[in-house]
Each structure stands twice: as C-alpha cells, then as structure tokens.
Design a binder for this molecule. Structure first.
Ligand SMILES: NC(=O)c1ccc[n+]([C@@H]2O[C@H](COP(=O)([O-])OP(=O)(O)OC[C@H]3O[C@@H](n4cnc5c(N)ncnc54)[C@H](OP(=O)(O)O)[C@@H]3O)[C@@H](O)[C@H]2O)c1
Length: 275
C-alpha cells in the first residue's frame, strides 16, 4: 500500500465504510484521523476502529496526504472553507465523495493548486461490495489519482470516467442502482404473498434470489444476455414472465428511470455551488 495518511471529514455511513475497508486492507489505524462534529460519533469511531478523531477539521487534516470529504453535499463548503490556509501549506489530495458537488466548486473552496478528485461510490460499499466512479481532471497527476483509487478500492471496485458529466450517469446507474433492485425484490415478494406465500418466506426468496443472481453475474464473464438466456427455457415459466415484462414496456420504464436520476443529479449539482 502506497504511503497514506488519511483525514476523513465526516464519520457517518460512508466515512465508516472507508475506515473499515482501509483497515481490512492493512492500513494502520494511526494513519487515519476523522474530523467529525458529533462527540458521540467520535467516541464510537475511536472505540470500534482505534482511529484518532477530532472535532476541529484543521486538526484532522494536519498530517494528511489525502483528505476525504465525506459530509453531506450541503455541508461541503462550510467544511472546506476554513481549511484553505492549511491546505496551501500541505497540499493534500482532496477526494470528495459528496454527490453532485462539482470539481469547479471544490477547487474554489480548497486552496489553489490542491489536486481535486471526485468519487461516486454506492451503498454496497458498506459491506465492501461497492463500485465507485472516479473522476479527475486531466491536470491531476497520475500519482494523486492512484492515491484516490487506492482509498476507494478498499470498499469495492473502481471505474474511471473521463468527464465530470459521466459521473451523473454513474450516479444514476450504480449510485442509485441498489434501490432499483430493492424495489424489484420488494414487488416480487409482494406478489409472492398475493399468490399465497407467507410474507417472511416471500421476502427470503426475493432477497436470496437478488443475492444469488448478483453473485452469478459477478463471478462469470459478465455476459448478462447469456445469463438471462441460460435461465430461460423455451416455453417455460421464465419466458412467460419476461414476455409479460417486455409487453409492459420494461425497457422504456428502466430508460426513463435512469434518465430521471441523471437529470436530477445534474439539477442537484447546480444547488451545491458553481458547476
Ligand atoms: N450513503 C451513500 O450511499 C452514498 C453514496 C454515494 C455518495 N455518498 C456521499 O457521501 C457523503 C456522506 O454520506 P453519508 O451517508 O456517509 O452521510 P452521513 O451518514 O450523514 O455522514 C456525514 C457525517 O458528517 C458529519 N458532519 C457534518 N458536518 C460536519 C463538519 N463540519 N465537520 C465534520 N463532520 C461533519 C455528520 O454529522 P451530523 O449528523 O451531526 O450532521 C455525519 O456524522 C454525502 O456527501 C453523500 O452524497 C453517499
């Protein structure tokens, strides 16, 4: 592991996921300092992970070569603005996972010359099975990008995107994506109950199917069409169900859903500073 001294600003869901992932990868807890405003959260983080924490973010970033911004998007400006002077001296990489906060805004709030990289992880990062879209402007050094990639890899896969606009699509696909699968599983379980299963049995069947289908897709070569064809015997039950889905316009529904999420990501970007 390349030398990392990490400050994580915001010790909530994502901050905790990153700490857990990095420690599992062998980073020593003394290499991580968490800036977190809630005292109770700071105490829990120190107890559970053995990391240091600080109420003052300036203290948290003091020795950091990577500063991860893991607060809510509306809190990013307030978190970064007081750190400018310190960043000017230490020049850490600023890695923001805040949804929708653009590079231009982050650069304005960090000190001049601080390399800024944006990441869009997703919720399965909490169990180390996330996927992150990573964007760095062309003027960001490869060694700085590599540090950011190393941090995000601790909670799952990483894909690089070449434009910041593509991060809005990542948000719509994998960022919000877990909820689409949960909704589908929820509806499948509901229909199982309508057809006579107990709610608990129907829920277990839906969840285990989601898990198993995910594992199957992930462990093979990723050919989704072939995977679908392999469970669809001619004239069988799966074919009947897929025909009903197609007749109801599932392709159009999914297309509209993903476009709505991407549009919303673009709109939100306008709300969190210059875009
Ligand atoms: N969760 C996801 O699935 C997901 C996916 C992709 C990206 N993200 C991004 O990840 C970021 C964090 O999300 P999250 O779910 O981890 O949020 P979260 O659980 O609310 O964590 C944010 C933490 O930061 C603390 N905080 C607020 N202001 C602070 C300050 N000035 N200094 C230090 N700490 C401060 C919050 O404390 P208080 O509660 O007291 O405010 C909270 O403990 C967001 O920007 C989100 O867009 C999340």
């Amino acid at each position: 592991m390349t030398h990392l001294d990490l400050a994580i600003l915001g010790g909530g869901n994502m901050g905790r996921a990153l700490i857990g992932g990095l420690l599992r990868q062998g980073l020593r807890p003394e290499r991580i300092c968490v800036g977190e405003s809630r005292q109770e959260a700071r105490e829990t983080l120190s107890r559970e992970f053995g990391v240091t924490s600080a109420a003052d973010n300036r203290e948290a970033i003091h020795h950091a070569n990577v500063v991860v911004v893991a607060v809510k998007p509306q809190d990013v400006q307030a978190v970064l603005a007081p750190l400018g002077r310190l960043m000017e001296q230490s020049h850490p990489v600023c890695l923001s996972i805040a949804a929708g906060v653009r590079t231009r805004a982050l650069r304005e709030w960090c000190a001049a010359g601080v390399p800024v990289i944006r990441a869009m992880p997703n919720r399965p990062a909490l169990v180390g099975a996330g996927i992150t879209g990573l964007f760095a402007a062309p003027d960001v050094d490869a060694k700085h990008y590599a540090l950011a990639e190393q941090v995000m890899r601790s909670v799952g896969e990483v894909v690089r995107v070449d434009t910041e606009e593509a991060l809005d699509v990542v948000t719509a696909l994998s960022g919000s994506g877990p909820a689409y699968f949960f909704r589908l599983a929820e509806l499948m379980a509901e229909e199982g109950v309508n057809l006579g299963l107990s709610p608990e049995t129907a829920r277990r069947l839906a969840i285990a199917t989601l898990h198993g289908a995910g594992l199957l897709a992930y462990s093979g070569d990723g050919d989704l069409v072939r995977l679908r064809q392999e469970v669809t015997s001619k004239g069988g039950t799966t074919e009947a169900a897929l025909r009903a889905l197609d007749a109801a316009g599932i392709a159009d529904i999914v297309s509209r859903a993903i476009r709505a999420a991407a549009d919303r990501a673009r709109e939100l970007a306008g709300e969190f500073g210059p875009s």
